[in-house]
Design a protein around this ligand. Structure first.
Ligand SMILES: *[C@@H]1O[C@H](CO)[C@@H](O)[C@H](O)[C@H]1NC(C)=O
Ligand SMILES: *[C@@H]1O[C@H](CO)[C@@H](O)[C@H](O)[C@H]1NC(C)=O
Ligand SMILES: *[C@@H]1O[C@H](CO)[C@@H](O)[C@H](O)[C@H]1NC(C)=O
Ligand SMILES: *[C@@H]1O[C@H](CO)[C@@H](O)[C@H](O)[C@H]1NC(C)=O
Ligand SMILES: *[C@@H]1O[C@H](CO)[C@@H](O)[C@H](O)[C@H]1NC(C)=O
Length: 328
């Protein structure tokens, strides 16, 4: 283990800058990891198991929990297309708060794939019990989608859901039942402002992004309380339209011009606590090579090493900062 070695080496040099040695050498059990899968996937899928195994390989002893809306994997998959996200997130909040292991942890780390990324962010904003230390999202749609993804040729569930929402996006029926419609975002092409329809009817995104006039400060406080919020965008993503949504950027549909998060009003006025998070160096924008959700062990392992693991890591990082360019 690298961390205890570093601490042991650096302690004599930094006695004034450090907390008492007893707290440093205490528990190095990794924090539990919660994972929320994407559209069309289910919590028991093999790919997800492999991700959990990798996390446990990198930080032995990690308790991994794959978020699910239903114990039956097929119903859990259905819930990625069909359902009211308000209720889905409330259910996940209740499940995690009642979970015998997660509820007793001082904090958990969180990993969201695709739409699971913005759903975990909503968990942090609305509930955060147990609290999330660091949230890492891959190919998420934080700023929503401007178009709907193509479905697999024989994916009838996907086709049914997408067909329904293309024509009736803002109706109560679709907003209460079709999951991707609830993070669809429409803007006026000339002003770049969100449309009235979106603000009035979006059942999820307009709320969790605090885009309505009455903003919920709890959302901002909770998000700013993260140690790290790491957003990965896949360089060749053609499924998420636009892919820069994964960085919370705004893209002009006509000119394709990208306005990065830091240039947006929502950041400058700090509607969501993202500016506060950035000021403490907690907001991280990352690239992943490849197409949507084309994950490699290499990129996952790098993220797990950097952001997950024992609670002690925060202190270890402080030590590392204090030591300047000192290398592990
Ligand atoms: C803001 O969000 C918190 C957490 O979900 C909730 O308890 C509270 O009722 C919300 N406040 C308003 C004004 O909606
Ligand atoms: C989704 O469920 C919540 C909670 O029951 C409800 O208040 C809301 O109206 C529902 N959304 C839609 C679009 O029906
Ligand atoms: C876009 O905004 C402009 C300026 O406010 C307005 O004139 C126009 O009607 C809007 N377009 C749509 C489609 O709402
Ligand atoms: C988006 O790009 C189009 C075409 O270049 C331009 O006319 C429009 O004003 C732009 N919208 C915003 C909000 O900048
Ligand atoms: C973002 O803002 C910075 C500083 O105001 C400016 O220099 C930069 O050109 C802006 N970038 C974009 C893409 O709008």
């Amino acid at each position: 283990m690298l961390v205890p070695t570093l601490l042991a080496l650096s302690l004599p040099l930094l006695t004034t800058a450090l907390p008492a040695p007893t707290t440093l050498s205490s528990d190095d059990t990794p924090l539990p990891l919660i994972i929320w899968h994407g559209l069309g996937d289910n919590y028991a899928a093999d790919g997800l198991k492999e991700v959990g195994e990798l996390a446990e390989q990198i930080h032995p002893g990690t308790f991994v929990y794959n978020i699910r809306l239903n114990e039956d994997p097929s119903s859990d998959r259905t819930a990625t297309f069909i359902g009211n996200l308000t209720l889905q997130i409330a259910q996940v909040c209740a499940d995690l708060a009642a979970h015998p292991i997660l509820s007793t942890a001082p904090a958990v780390d969180a990993l969201g794939f695709s739409q699971g990324g913005q759903f975990l962010r909503a968990y942090v904003e609305r509930c955060n019990n147990p609290p999330v230390r660091s949230l890492v999202t891959f190919g998420a749609q934080h700023n929503g989608i401007a178009d709907f993804q193509a479905c697999g040729a024989t994916d009838w569930l996907c086709k049914g859901a997408m067909g329904l929402l293309r024509t009736n996006t803002w109706t109560g029926l679709v907003q209460s039942r079709v999951v991707p419609a609830q993070y669809y975002r429409s803007v006026n092409v000339s002003t770049g402002e969100p449309t009235e329809e979106y603000l009035a009817h979006s059942n999820f995104l307009a709320d969790v992004n605090n885009e309505r006039e009455e903003r919920n400060e709890t959302y901002a406080v909770n998000l700013a309380s993260l140690e790290k919020f790491v957003m990965y965008v896949f360089e060749k993503d053609v499924t998420v339209i636009p892919k820069e949504s994964g960085w919370f950027a705004e893209v002009n549909k006509t000119s394709k011009e990208v306005t990065p998060l830091r240039n947006r009003t929502m950041y400058m006025e700090d509607w969501l606590g993202l500016k506060r998070l950035d000021e403490k160096k907690g907001l991280i924008f990352e690239d992943a090579p490849g197409a949507h959700m084309e994950l490699s062990d290499k990129i996952l392992a790098k993220a797990f090493k950097e952001y997950f693991g024992p609670l002690e890591k925060e202190k270890a990082a402080t030590v590392k900062d204090a030591m300047g360019s000192w290398e592990l």
